[in-house]
Design a protein around this ligand. Structure first.
Ligand code: GDP
Ligand code: MG
Length: 163
């Protein structure tokens, strides 16, 4: 069985862009507006010699109790349940948000292996922008650029290590 990686994060942080990079597909819809990918979305991931299943998810509002956001949260929880490792994507340019804290709290409660991907980090030096994400209690933020590919291989190395 190939390991399963779920991509989780609030809308517009670059989950679908990362999905496309990992699967080399255009299946996931990348948009300039939030919340477009509303269903779980599976793909065959490949990075170097690693092969895995990757699940893209829509946005995640842990406290929503009804409507489309509730449905998106439910789908995300199912994806997390199926995953061997979760990549929690945050937007290093937008900075830390209340939603990121809510998602972090939820992910910590699952006991899953979670990697923190600080996306949109192309052209940035490690340091100040990354530091605030330690607050999430997920561990060290890993600087990546899904759009440009920077850091993606080592992110996957860490996600799949020992699996
Ligand atoms: P999702 O809602 O989390 O799936 O986010 P998308 O993948 O749809 O991306 C949202 C926006 O962020 C799009 O305009 C992307 O082009 C942009 N984006 C995604 N990854 C990167 C990145 O690594 N760097 C920059 N600068 N923009 C990115
Ligand atoms: Mg998306």
């Amino acid at each position: 069985m190939k390991p399963v990686i779920a991509l989780v994060g609030r809308p517009n942080v670059g989950k679908s862009t990362l999905f496309n990079r990992l699967t080399r597909s255009r299946d996931a819809i990348v948009a300039d507006y939030a919340g477009l990918t509303r269903d779980r979305h599976y793909g065959d991931g490949r990075v170097g010699t690693y092969e895995f299943i990757v699940i893209d998810t829509g946005g995640f509002e842990p406290d929503s109790s009804e409507g489309i956001y509730h449905e998106m949260a439910k789908q995300t929880c199912q994806a997390v349940a199926e995953a061997d490792a979760v990549i929690f994507v945050v937007d290093v340019r937008a900075g830390l948000s209340a939603q990121d804290h809510d998602i972090a709290r939820y992910l910590r409660s699952t006991g899953k292996r979670v990697l923190l991907a600080a996306n949109k980090a192309e052209g940035m030096k490690d340091g100040p922008q990354l530091a605030e994400f330690f607050e999430l209690g997920i561990g060290e933020p890993i600087a990546v650029s899904s759009a440009h590919g920077q850091g993606v291989r080592s992110l996957i190395d860490m996600a799949l290590e020992g699996l």
